[in-house]
Design a protein around this ligand. Structure first.
Ligand code: MN
Length: 251
């Protein structure tokens, strides 16, 4: 059993290091991850420059590229032998609701799915500062991976797992959830560079809007691990017929 680990926080991030330690009890683990923080990279591939790979220590490869580049490269040619599963994380920050569209953590898992492997993304929710229980996220991942090895799920599922930032013993359990969604993002934050020219920081994500029972937001707020099964099809199937009828009005 060989598990490929990636993330969007970079190969040196504490979340992926703890994940490696934790999953090494179950399988042979390889890290292929970006050389720096690429959070928010979504499903981007680097097409205009080649990908450079450095083995920084045995079994740990850093790539000058995105999370999607890392998983793509690792599965389609970097190694002689195949991996059996892709695990992404433990991300430093939640990937709830609309976050999944921007997330490099989720993107790494999606790329594993595109290439035919069972996959999960794990994120640790919580404030930007303060004590962070990456150990809890890594333990949850180990538990789920062990279960997936014994009782395989439909291989087309992508599991988006979010974990409250608490000690493992304080978790209240597991909840299967749907994605909620947020209010629109906060405005950009204007600033000046040292030469007085205007620059802008992308602002924080908006607060929760749809966070009722059954959503990922709700499970996390109540102290549960949230597991959302994702699919790739973004088609709004209910709009196909109305749109066809609307198009009939166009000459
Ligand atoms: Mn991240």
């Amino acid at each position: 059993m060989k598990i490929l680990l990636s993330n969007d926080d970079g190969y040196h991030a504490p979340g992926i290091r703890m994940l490696r330690q934790s999953l090494a009890e179950l399988a042979e683990v390889t890290i292929v991850a970006p050389d720096r923080n690429r959070s928010g990279a979504s499903n981007s591939l680097t097409l205009d420059v080649p990908l450079r790979v450095l083995e920084v220590e045995p079994g740990v490869y850093c790539v000058q590229g995105t999370p999607t580049d890392c998983v793509h490269l690792a599965i389609t040619g970097l190694f002689d032998t195949d991996h059996d599963m892709v695990v992404s994380g433990v991300n430093d920050g939640a990937n709830l609701g609309d976050d999944v569209l921007y997330s490099g953590t989720v993107a790494a898992a999606i790329e594993g799915r595109f290439l035919g492997l069972p996959t999960l993304a794990v994120s640790l929710c919580g404030a930007a500062a303060g004590a962070r229980h990456f150990q809890t996220g890594a333990a949850v991942a180990r538990r789920l991976v062990a279960e997936m090895l014994g009782r395989p799920l439909d291989a087309s599922l992508i599991l988006n797992v979010n974990v409250p930032d608490v000690p493992y013993e304080a978790l209240r359990g597991y909840r299967v959830t749907r994605l909620g969604y947020r209010h629109r993002s906060e405005p950009v934050v204007p600033a000046r560079d040292p030469r007085g020219r205007p620059v802008y920081w992308i602002g924080p994500a908006g607060p929760e809007q749809d966070a009722g029972p059954g959503t990922d937001f709700h499970a996390i707020a109540a102290g549960y691990v949230s597991i959302t099964p994702l699919q790739i099809d973004l088609t709004r199937h209910g709009a196909l017929e109305p749109l066809r009828r609307w198009l009939e009005g166009i000459d």
